[in-house]
Design a protein around this ligand. Structure first.
Ligand code: PLP
Length: 359
């Protein structure tokens, strides 16, 4: 298997793919694939309900939170959040941490009033703003944070306490990578394609009082209350993606749960961050040490020439996806839950070797 460091869609565990392969043609003796089955069938309803229960158990989601499986990616949530939750006379408040926070606020601006509660733009988004610098306007409908900025490679190490204002987090690139106190959030959402499975399904975890009734003017599919009332089965769901999320969750469970996964992730990223820090300046981490992401490791080499050479040679050695995002350049290794320690070890060795040859 390739050393897959893609930023998204990202690596899936081999065991999960193999199990899906085994069940592809005949799901549990039904004589058909899960993707050929009615989403109204008992078998699929069990997949839908079982996936919710397992996520609730693994992520410690309290009973007053709904779990929704939606389509349209996290990008559709950027619009659905203000459409459903931002009322006249209120502002949607956003912490500006980089590329994805920017996309989220831009969508909200199309819908209503917004405010920037804090920003690290002056530092080129190489850090998460200090929690104490976050100013939440009193008329905020919510405070939106991007818990992990996939492109810049920064991650909240602690979250702001928002009192009566619901805290909403885009966890697309770090959901289920570490234990989180869900009760501190009004809503958490994530496209599945990094830590939870394949693309095609977006997970929304939301406190039920926030989604009891959406404004009547919103189209049916864009209303949270539609999906709450129909248990995510209002229309044809992305059934194969949800099934794969189910397998992914069982895999996390088999690895000892989210706390064990967090430790594993720390061990993985330490190998690469240590290589950067001990390179005597040959490699430079992009993110401030206190904001470093355990999911996306962003770094630079002294010249763009060397970066190009690194990207090329790494591919020749079987490493996939190390070129940084075009908007920030440099290099990026995405080390989501399914990336094995062995891949990170191999990358750290390749980096040291590359430095020896070019340093
Ligand atoms: N938010 C973050 C933090 C992301 O990393 C991404 C995708 O990479 C998105 C949102 C957009 O997700 P989607 O492609 O599911 O719309």
């Amino acid at each position: 298997r390739a050393f897959n460091f893609n930023a998204g869609p990202a690596a899936l565990p081999l065991e999960v793919l193999q199990q899906a392969q085994e069940q592809l043609v005949d799901y549990e003796g039904a004589g058909m694939s899960i993707m050929e089955m009615s989403h109204r069938s008992e078998i699929y309803e069990n997949v839908n309900g079982g996936t919710q229960s397992l996520l609730r158990e693994l992520f410690g989601i309290p009973s007053n939170y709904k779990i929704l499986f939606l389509q349209g990616g996290a990008s559709t949530q950027f619009a659905m959040i203000p459409m459903n939750l931002l009322k006249a006379g209120q502002v949607g408040s956003y912490v500006m941490t980089g590329s994805w926070a920017d996309k989220a606020i831009k969508e909200a601006k199309l819908i209503g009033e917004t405010a920037v509660a804090a920003t690290s733009e002056a530092d080129k988004f190489n850090r998460i703003p200090n929690i104490s610098d976050i100013q939440i306007p009193a008329n905020s409908a919510y405070l939106h944070v991007t818990s992990n900025e996939t492109i810049e490679g920064t991650q909240y190490q602690q979250f702001p306490v928002t009192g009566a204002v619901p805290l909403i987090a885009d966890m697309s690139s770090d959901i289920l990578s570490r234990p989180i106190d869900v009760s501190k959030f009004g809503m958490i959402y994530a496209g599945a394609q990094k830590n939870l499975g394949p693309s095609g399904v977006t997970i929304v975890i939301v406190r039920e009082d926030l989604v009891e009734e959406s404004p009547k003017s919103i189209p049916t599919m864009l209303r949270y209350d539609t999906h709450v009332k129909n248990n995510s089965l209002y229309n044809t769901p992305p059934s194969f993606s949800v099934y794969l999320v189910n397998l992914m969750l069982k895999w996390v469970q088999s690895r000892g749960g989210v706390a064990a996964i967090e430790q594993y992730n720390r061990d993985k990223t330490k190998l690469i961050y240590d290589t950067i820090d001990q390179s005597g300046g040959f490699y430079r981490g992009f993110a401030d040490a206190g904001s470093r992401s355990a999911m996306n490791i962003t770094f630079r080499i002294q010249t763009e020439e060397l970066e190009k050479q690194f990207a090329l040679e790494s591919e020749q050695h079987g490493f996939i996806g190390l070129k940084g995002h075009r908007s920030v350049g440099g290099l990026r290794a995405s080390t989501y839950n399914a990336v094995p320690l062995e891949s990170c070890k191999a990358l750290a060795e390749f980096m040291s070797d590359f430095q020896k040859r070019n340093g």
